[in-house]
Design a binder for this molecule. Structure first.
Ligand SMILES: Nc1ncnc2c1ncn2[C@@H]1O[C@H](COP(=O)(O)OP(=O)(O)O)[C@@H](O)[C@H]1O
Ligand SMILES: [Mg+2]
Length: 274
């Protein structure tokens, strides 16, 4: 079991130039749990994750890791405790899969950068867990979007941090690989106690896999807590501007959102013309 780290944002305001994206937001990431963040496009999810991972300095407020302001901690120290899979990571040209995954070990090396058997083991485990052993020697540039996404997840796993932040880890993945990745992250949470925070677009998978669900709207937290309490038709309407019906997932009892568009909806009960 890893130590549980506490990660909190206190009154953070985030901006690009003069444009404020997130205004005085508080967030406590439950230690040792799986948190999912959902919200409409451009509401500030990636911006928030970047600030939590020390890649973006708040204009006001602070992000605390174990009570210390992460923006005052050395990069390498933060990277040993906290890993980030960004939304659109860019691989160095021509790099092979295993070399990219190996870069996840960098924060663990001292100034002499000596590679150890523990590094080999961490990389091998990450390749195995993400099912990319067979493509370990291929150049990352030549992979499909889904294969590439699994390589990035492997790199984040190889870092073996106590906290893992993932920005849309399931994009580009087919449905079975989406489930594989979410199961894998849950395993990591159960066996190592890794605190997971992930941005997800699929509300139903978010409700199924998260212990703690955060719904963001226009740079604010609209609702947070247990998925059953957060994912309601009202939340879906307020956060996404979408009508829906929310029923219990017959497999898990968690909320299941059925979106209501303009087509393919049953006729009104009174049979009135629409
Ligand atoms: N590097 C950047 N420079 C300027 N504006 C940005 C930058 N990144 C994101 N934004 C803007 O910030 C807002 C929030 O973006 P983002 O956090 O990426 O949203 P989300 O991840 O929820 O889709 C958007 O309006 C986006 O255009
Ligand atoms: Mg984003």
């Amino acid at each position: 079991m890893t130590a549980h780290r506490t990660l909190t944002a206190e009154g953070i305001s985030l901006a690009y130039g003069d444009r404020i994206i997130v205004d005085t937001l508080d967030l406590t990431v439950p230690a040792g749990k799986v948190t999912a963040i959902v919200g409409a496009n451009a509401c500030g999810k990636s911006t928030l994750l970047k600030a939590m991972a020390r890649l973006l300095s708040p204009k006001a407020g602070q992000v605390l890791l174990d009570g210390k302001n992460i923006h005052r901690m050395p990069t390498k120290q933060v990277a040993r405790d906290l890993g980030l899979l960004p939304q659109s990571p860019i691989a160095p040209e021509g790099i092979a899969v295993s070399d990219l995954v190996s870069r996840g070990r960098t924060p663990h090396h001292g100034p002499l950068a000596r590679w150890t058997p523990a590094d080999d083991a961490a990389v091998a485990e990450a390749l195995e867990a993400t099912d990319i052993v067979a493509i370990a020697d291929r150049p990352v540039d030549e992979l499909s979007g889904g294969q590439r996404q699994r390589v990035w997840i492997a790199m984040a796993l190889a870092q073996q941090t106590d906290v893992l932040l993932l920005d849309e880890p399931t994009t580009f993945l087919d449905v079975s690989h989406q489930i594989d990745v979410l199961d894998l992250l849950t395993d990591l949470n159960h066996t190592r106690g890794t605190t997971i925070v992930m941005v997800l677009h699929d509300l139903n998978l978010a409700a199924r896999y998260a212990d703690h669900l955060v719904a963001m709207s226009a740079g604010r937290i609209f609702a947070s807590g247990e998925p059953e309490h957060v994912l309601t038709a009202e939340t879906v309407r307020e956060v996404f501007g979408l009508d829906s019906r929310v029923i219990p997932d017959p497999l898990t009892g968690r909320p299941l959102v059925l979106p209501i568009g303009r087509h393919h909806v049953p006729a009104p009960l009174d049979g009135a013309a629409r």
